[in-house]
Design a protein around this ligand. Sequence first.
Ligand code: AMP
Ligand code: TRP
Length: 332
Amino acid sequence: MGAPIIFSGIQPTGRKHLGNYIGAIRQYVEGQERGAPAIFCIVDLHAISVACEPAELRERLYDTMAILLAAGLDPERCILFRQSDVHEHTELTWLLSAVTAHGDLNRMHQFKEKSAEQRQLVSAALFFYPVLQAADVLAHRATEVPVGEDQRQHIELIREIARRFNERFGETLVEPEHRIPAVGARIMDLQEPERKMSTTGAAEAGTVYVLDGPAAIHKKLGGAVTDSGREVVRAPDKPGVANLIEILAVARGVDPTEVEVEFAAAGYGDFKQAVAEAVVELLAPVRERYAELRPDEAALEATLAAGAEKARTIASRTLAEVRDRMGIGAPR
Ligand code: AMP
Ligand code: TRP
C-alpha cells in the first residue's frame, strides 16, 4: 500500500473545543506527515444546515482557519481550503444523491439528534448533510478519514454510496476507511459526562474551548464532575473520572493505564489539578499562535484561495469522470 490520501472536514460553527482538538485536529496534524496528500476542508456549506448569521459565519470561518494553522497545519505540507470555494463538491452532491438511499439518510443518528434540537425549521439541508459529506470525501478519492467517534456512521454511509456508484456505473470511486483514535475519540462534557462535549446545548462550565486561557481551564477542570468512590480508574459507573483519565493520557501522550497507575493513591483533587495543568500545556501554544494569526484576515483569505485552487484540480478530475460515467453532459 502506498501513502494514504487523507481527507477531513470541520465545521466553522461554534467555538472549537477540547473534543474537536483531541478527537480530530490533533489527528489532522499527525496525518499531514503521512498523507499524500492530506486535505482539510472548512465546511461552511454544512454549517448552513442549521440557522446561522451570515456575518457570524464568516467570523467563525476565520476563527477555525486560524485555529487549524495554530495547531500546526502547514499549507506547504497539506491542502487547506473552504468548501464553498470548490463548486465541484456541490455538483457531486447532487450526482451522488442518485445513488443514496433515502432510508439510509433517515437512519442517521446525527440527523435525528440535530432535527430534534431545532426549534423552528428542520431544513432539507440537515437531511442531505451526509451526501455533501460523501461528496467531500469521494471528490478527493480519500483512502483515510480522521474523525471522532460521532462520525462513524457517516463514514459508513460514504462507503455504501461509493460501493453503489461503482456497482451501477463501474469502478470509479474509492471506499475510504475511517480513522477514529483509540483514546479520545469521544471526549465527554465535564458537567454531564454522559453526553459528548459539544458547543450546542451545553453549559459553559462543561466545555473547554481551544482558546480558553489557563484560569478558565483550571476553573472548568477543577469543577469537573467526578463520581462516587475515590479511585482514579476507568469503570462503567465512573464516566466523569474515565473522561479525565483519557484527557490526561492524550495530553501527555501516554496510555490511560499509566495514568491510573500514577494516580492510584491520589485523591480526586490532585488528579484534577494534574489534568488542568496538562491541558493548559496542550492548548497554550495553540492559543498564543492563534492570537498572532487571527487578525490578518487578508493572509487567511490568500491561504484559503491557494488551497482551493489545489483542491479544485483534484475534485474537478473526479467530477468529470463521475459525470461521464453517469451519462451527464456531452461525451468526453
Ligand atoms: P465539528 O466541529 O462538528 O465539525 O467536528 C469536527 C471534528 O471533531 C469531527 O471529526 C468530530 O468527530 C470531532 N468531535 C466533535 N466533538 C467531539 C468530542 N466530544 N470528542 C471527540 N471528537 C469530537
Ligand atoms: N460532518 C463532520 C462533522 O460534523 C464534518 C465533515 C464535513 C467531514 N465533511 C467531512 C468530516 C468529510 C470528515 C470528512 O464533524
